[in-house]
Design a protein around this ligand. Structure first.
Ligand code: PEP
Length: 232
């Protein structure tokens, strides 16, 4: 299992350092084959030591240059960061990142050899139209994306389940992951209100190779409750 923590715009540089120190001490509690990833905010990126991977939540598709307010490869590599989250629904919906922009970012960071956690997910109105509409919507989010890229992990995150406390049901996750697994061969994470109370049933679903967690990852205790409760 992969356990990925997305801090979003939470935590400071100080509180992230404190979190990483605590997390590093707890990594012996995870199962041997499991992997932990943490995506802190850009201001808290650093070369943290521990049995986990640090990734960036976002970056601009350039090494460096005249891109005010952005973070490029140069700034990430200073901290040895070679892992990037791309296509999170908050970036697509709030920051208005189009599929074209997301694909451009994907292609650039592939060419730089980055490991990519690529997020897809449908809004509620699409889910309410039924399975066929969900499939069409999700597959459209692979436009311009090389799903055979070796360092790719896909995260399926239904938008209506993110930060709402309402996770998708086990049946919904199972059906959607099965459909996605027939299109992509890489590891497939589920994200959307994963918490200590539902991790066991979600981790047990066939085709769930890990979870991407927002709210429940913000405290080490709660994130570790997920890491230690998931499937072995
Ligand atoms: C996320 O935004 O990636 C996420 C899954 O958030 P939450 O766990 O808070 O629903």
């Amino acid at each position: 299992m992969i356990y990925a923590a997305n801090f979003k715009m939470n935590h400071t540089r100080n509180s992230t350092a404190d979190y990483m120190e605590k997390l590093a001490k707890r990594m012996s509690e995870k199962s041997g084959g499991d992997r932990v990833m943490v995506f802190p905010p850009a201001t808290a990126l650093d070369s943290y030591t521990g049995d986990f991977t640090i990734g960036a939540q976002n970056a601009y598709p350039a090494v460096s240059g005249a891109y005010t307010g952005e973070t490029g490869v140069l700034q990430l590599e200073e901290f040895g960061i070679k892992t990037l989250l791309i296509g999170h629904s908050e970036r697509r919906e709030i920051m208005g990142e189009s599929q074209e922009a997301v694909a451009e970012k994907f292609q650039f960071f592939c060419s730089e050899g980055f490991e990519i956690v690529y997020c897809i997910g449908e809004p509620l109105e699409v889910r309410e139209q039924g399975e066929e509409a969900v499939t069409a919507y999700l597959l459209a989010q692979f436009e311009g994306i090389d799903t055979r890229y070796k360092k790719l992990t896909v995260a399926y995150e239904p938008i209506w389940a993110i930060g709402t406390g309402r996770s998708a049901t086990v049946e919904e996750i199972s059906r959607t992951h099965k459909m996605l697994k027939s299109h992509v061969k890489c590891a497939l994470l589920y994200g959307g209100s994963v918490k200590p109370e539902n991790i066991q049933e979600i981790a047990a679903v066939d085709g769930v190779d890990g979870v991407l967690v927002g709210g429940a990852s913000l405290e080490v205790e709660s994130f570790m409750a997920l890491v230690t409760a998931g499937k072995v």
